[in-house]
Ligand binder design. Structure first.
Ligand code: SF4
Length: 358
């Protein structure tokens, strides 16, 4: 077994030198830029990340800029990427770094993986990626891609979701990397191999793989039987009725609570369950609005990691407010549609309804 791990760094670094993907964040050793790219890549495909990465790092080019960014702007820059807690944790970490280091100079991410892991939102994978790519520290970055490759190489029957499987992979790779002169290239090579050759869920491209002669799953012609994965918990279903309430060029928005799912983001008013036209009209009236017209919109659904939203929606045109007095106290407000698109971070769960505003 040890022999297999010993051979990985040399094989992967050689392959990576000839096959690396050219990506906007490749070629940099700026730990801040590596950090941003790694957090974005945890949730979205490479192609989708590219424009987000460029926009985010142009506006927030370093730790100080991230620490100082107003919350609404930060969430707007992240809009569409989902998992907003990740960017909040990044800002929390940036603020800690500025607090600790700014009096002595520019704030920077530490090179020690253990110190990186103490920052909010940085786990062993991200710490390994930052330390190895930016600082050339000999530490692995083990994510689902790497676990899949290792499971196939060893035809490993163990459940890849188990923490013990990941810990073992980390410690074996840690040992194997001690003689590697380019640990950052090794980790990026494993990422590229997982993304382009040892593909998830489908038949991998073993004929292009630099590890094919070492691979037990390939020898057994059972590549897609690995990794073995326990069944994920079913998502909880939530039904909601979305209210697209409009007054000319304006639309009613509310803000979500500061904690929990999609914390602090803006959204269209919504009600639990599927409501009838009559119930929706009653709600609009209770909001002190004068509905002129109502139409039912298409149903939609959105998947979060643990919850599935099933949505129905209504567009309601309003004449205005029945009394000016209650408006200031209302938990909702009318926003210009153009302003909403530019300034208010709206979760992509509402995309299916935001399109009716265009
Ligand atoms: S030989 Fe095939 S299954 Fe094995 S690691 Fe390479 S691509 Fe994956």
């Amino acid at each position: 077994m040890k022999k297999l791990y010993e051979q990985l760094p040399g094989r992967i670094c050689t392959w990576y030198a000839q096959n690396r993907r050219e990506l906007p964040w490749r070629g940099t050793r700026d730990p801040y830029l590596v950090w941003v790219s790694e957090i974005m890549l945890q949730q979205t495909r490479v192609e989708a990340v590219k424009p987000y990465y460029t926009r985010f790092t142009e506006e927030l080019p370093d730790v100080e800029a991230l620490a100082a960014c107003p919350e609404d702007r930060l969430l707007k820059l992240w809009e569409g990427l989902g998992y907003y807690s990740r960017v909040r944790h990044m800002q929390e970490a940036a603020r800690l770094l500025v607090q600790e280091q700014a009096p002595e100079g520019k704030a920077a991410l530490p090179d020690d993986p253990a110190a990186l892991r103490r920052l909010p939102g940085i786990g062993s994978y991200t710490a390994g990626a930052i330390a190895s790519i930016a600082y050339q520290i000999r530490v692995p970055a083990v994510d689902g891609n790497v676990l899949r490759i290792l499971a196939r190489l060893q035809a490993d029957e163990r459940d890849v979701r188990k923490a013990s499987v990941k810990h073992e992979a980390e410690s074996r790779l840690q040992e194997a990397l001690q003689s590697c002169s380019a640990p950052g290239d090794f980790n990026q090579g494993m990422m590229d191999l997982g993304a382009g050759v040892c593909l998830p869920k489908v038949q991998p491209l073993c004929e292009a793989c630099p590890l094919a002669d070492l691979c037990e799953a390939h020898r057994q012609e059972k590549e897609t039987s690995f990794p073995v994965r326990s069944k994920a918990k079913d998502r909880r279903i939530e039904q909601r009725t979305i209210l697209l309430i409009r007054d000319g060029d304006r639309v009613v928005l509310t803000r979500r609570p500061a904690k929990g799912l999609l914390a602090g983001l803006y959204e269209f008013p919504n009600l639990p369950g599927f409501k009838s036209r009559q119930e929706v009209l009653q709600t609009a009236e209770a909001m002190d609005l004068q509905p002129l017209y109502i139409r039912e919109l298409d149903r939609a659904k959105h998947l979060f990691s643990h919850v599935e939203w099933q949505m129905c929606g209504y567009e309601i045109r309003i004449a205005g407010f029945t009394s000016a007095g209650t408006r200031a106290a209302a938990p909702w407000f009318l926003a210009e549609i153009e302003q909403m698109e530019k300034e208010y971070p709206i979760p992509s769960a509402y995309k299916a309804y935001a399109k009716y505003l265009q």
